[in-house]
Design a protein around this ligand. Structure first.
Ligand code: COI
Length: 361
């Protein structure tokens, strides 16, 4: 692999972040990119000032969607340390997604090196109000200009940084979810477990229709029978029953969330009965009716922990935990936030610290 190059433009004005960051509206000054060709492998890695990419209109990802992405976050602790949450898990998932749609593998250690350098250079952009972070978006897409349906030979990888607030306008407040049974997101053995734009394109119509009816998001059911819970468009789902916290088992059509995995570990360490299994919507409805449904919450990098206050299935509106976050959801939210910013010891070794002095430009 070529040595990482830098083309940095020093800022002459102070970074002014708006009071309301929203999600993904603002980008930092620099980004990372590198190219792939069969002859050179991954090459030309560079951190440089952000500008528009030049794309041939025949680029294969535009026509056939050969692209993948990740979403992870960096934080700043109260004493100024910069952290990235579980970058290695995210890069492993990036490579798993790559395999599924014939994109060449990336050297995860090199990518971590490039990312820590980029985050270090842009560390003044990391917002520090509660719930805020620097969202990291790695992307790979097929660059060949060709209209034949086949894997591209050349690729571009870039990493974009965006200071963000809460993903949902509700923040940590409970959201309204519609159980979706008119459309499906993915089917087993399809692309569901791959973080590829196609899955998000598949979610847009359902999300738009749900929004028009006053819902924040939809809860997808399985692609065959529309019977079992899968995930919410932007996060995994957990169901808190009286004596069990269950989440849908990874079956090939659900995205294997890094926050999902972290939450399972945190719940196990609390000594709680956490299971990964098939959960039918009928089971959720009957637990609601007989009073054994305690809460539902979503987990995701963007959303962190998002309690569900209202769940509508067909004509039944279920008010979950009186529209309040459950004790467990609140605890998980606080625990994850404390780990992100090293307010507690990171016994899991999930956090990678970024050291400012390491950057040699
Ligand atoms: C994330 O949680 O990082 C996601 O990628 C979900 C969404 C913002 C697309």
């Amino acid at each position: 692999m070529d040595k990482l190059q830098y083309s940095i433009k020093k800022r002459t004005t102070k970074i002014e972040l708006p009071a309301e960051l929203g999600f993904g509206r603002l980008f930092t000054d620099h980004f990372f990119e590198m190219d792939y060709s069969p002859e050179k492998g991954w090459h030309n890695p560079i951190i440089r000032h952000i500008e528009n990419l030049s794309i041939h209109p025949g680029s294969m990802f535009i026509h056939y969607g050969q692209a993948i992405f990740e979403g992870l976050k960096a934080f700043k602790s109260a004493d100024g340390r910069v952290t990235i949450f579980r970058p290695k898990a995210h890069f492993q998932r990036l490579n798993n997604s790559a395999k599924r749609i014939c994109i060449p593998q990336v050297d995860e250690d090199f990518l971590l090196h490039a990312l820590t350098e980029l985050v270090s250079i842009e560390s003044d952009w990391i917002p520090t109000n509660p719930g805020e972070s620097l969202y990291i978006r790695p992307v790979i897409y097929g660059m060949d200009s060709s209209l034949g349906v086949k894997p591209s030979a050349s690729y571009k990888l870039f990493i974009l940084l965006s200071p963000v607030g809460a993903y949902y306008p509700e923040g940590f407040k409970p959201i309204k979810i519609l159980v979706q049974d008119d459309y499906v997101r993915a089917v087993r053995k399809g692309l569901g477990e791959c973080k590829t734009p196609a899955n998000y394109a598949a979610s847009l119509l359902a999300a738009t229709e749900a929004k028009a009816k006053g819902f924040t998001q939809v809860l997808w059911l399985d692609g065959v029978e529309q019977k079992y819970l899968e995930e919410v468009g932007t996060m995994n789902i957990f169901v808190e029953f009286k004596n069990e916290i269950a989440t849908p088992k990874l079956n090939g059509s659900i995205l294997p969330g890094v926050t999902r995995r972290s939450v399972i570990q945190l719940l196990k360490d609390k000594g709680l009965n956490v299971t990964e299994r098939a959960i039918s919507i009928d089971e959720v409805v009957s637990a609601y009716k007989d009073g054994t449904l305690v809460s539902l919450f979503g987990t995701g990098t963007a959303a962190v922990i998002s309690p569900v206050g209202w769940l509508t299935y067909k004509n039944l509106e279920m008010v979950i935990n009186n529209g309040e976050p459950s004790k467990i959801a609140q605890e998980l939210f606080d625990q994850l936030n404390s780990l992100h910013t090293l307010k507690v010891e990171d016994k899991y070794e999930w956090v990678v610290q970024v050291n400012k002095e390491e950057v040699e430009i």
